[in-house]
Design a protein around this ligand. Sequence first.
Ligand code: FAD
Length: 466
Amino acid sequence: APTDADCDVVVIGAGPGGYTAAFRAADLGLKVILVERYDTLGGVCLNVGCIPSKALLHVGHILDTAEQFKDHGVVFGKPKIELDKLRDWKSSVVGKLTGGLASMAKQRKVETVTGKAEFAGPHELKVDGKDGGRTIKFKHAIIAAGSRPVAPPGMDLDDPRVMDSTGALELEEIPKRLLVVGGGIIGLEMATVYEALGAKVTVVELMDRLMAGADKDILRPFEKRIRARYENIYTGTKVAGMEALKKGIKVTFEGKDAPENDTFDRVLVAVGRRPNGDLVNAEAAGLEVDRGFIKADEQMRTSVPHIFAIGDVIGQPMLAHKATHEGKVAAEVIAGEKSAFDARVIPSVAYTDPEVAWVGLTEEQAKEQGIKVEKGAFPWAASGRALAMGREEGMTKLLFDAETGRVVGGSIVGVSAGDLIGEVALAIEMGSDATDIGLTVHPHPTLSETVCFAAEMAEGTITDLY
Ligand code: FAD
């Protein structure tokens, strides 16, 4: 390491991975510089990802809930959507969080530098900022450069009506007809928002199912609800091309159920994300970059021992909670602690309506891997709380290893499924079996009871629903 280094650790990228790593390293007594090309801290998640999408999804949830009770004796007037105010509110939520990060950095004496960073050597970073260039000499580096949306050929039309997730979150207008290309979590969350705000939504997905990775039983209630609400859902269908017309974007489809073409007011392309490892000139530090990916081991160390990589840039699952945990590990390893990323499972959540959440193995995965499982599935139609909310379509399903009895997977669909899945993740981490979960007294009446009931169903201690 250079004797004239400017810092112990330089962190490239101030998303959930980067800021967590920077703060943890500073808390452990290291001198830290955090470099971010954009003016605010927080990365994709806070600025154009997790947080603004959840703010808008909350609004969608309010609209749908109000509408839902029209048949049950509570009738509201037609909602008036003031887009400017709604946008301001969303931005204020983001601003509170990104502003909070800036003061947390200050408190810890983490120096933040605004500008695009590129390696100039194994211990040297060049930052190109508004106020000119600067060279930072470092002992250790953490690459937390994140990822960006991809627009494959045929979907890369340069027209403001063709949006990526960032464009969709800007909420410029509510289109009459919106096409969402990509039936993954991001596409379906934005579909939920726009549908609730009044757009007629069509979803097209190349694979023969939506939300790859989710348990099929859990997906069923979700699909039933959106099929009733959306204009069209085409699975096993390819978008072959797009053309900008005055009256809209003409999209050509190839698939069994889809028409040859259709014209939409706006199109959201959400077909995947590409890691940003190609933006940091990593080769100059001796690193290999494979289509944007940078490899790291369980200590977050790359092939160059004093350089670490975390978050979306090291690959799937591209989730904020994975990035933050990895960020802590990288900081601790640099500070000399014996840390490693050793999570058994990482939960996935689609904050759609209803929410879909899963952790560990799904039934299909267990089958593929030849793991014999026993299952307990509790339908929310038997949950007093779900009935009281008028949302009994949910289901909680747990899978247990038939040999050890330990819980190996959980899938939940329904209101707040994302909040419920954390308990299942804890149960898996702790090696709990169905008895542990079933004997844990859960508060009544809550949706959390459905986790307990699913375990009891697997054990056979409740066979009938009461
Ligand atoms: P990022 O958050 O991508 O941050 C990387 C930062 O590095 C960026 O700020 C970038 O500007 C900066 N950077 C890149 N290159 C350079 C450079 N050369 N110099 C300086 N700075 C650089 N995940 C969830 O867990 N839950 C959700 O609900 C969720 N919702 C999402 C919704 C949407 C619409 C999107 C797009 C994503 C969502 N995600 C969600 C994913 C989540 O945002 C990412 O997994 C997370 O942000 C990854 O964190 P990160 O620290 O790896 O990188």
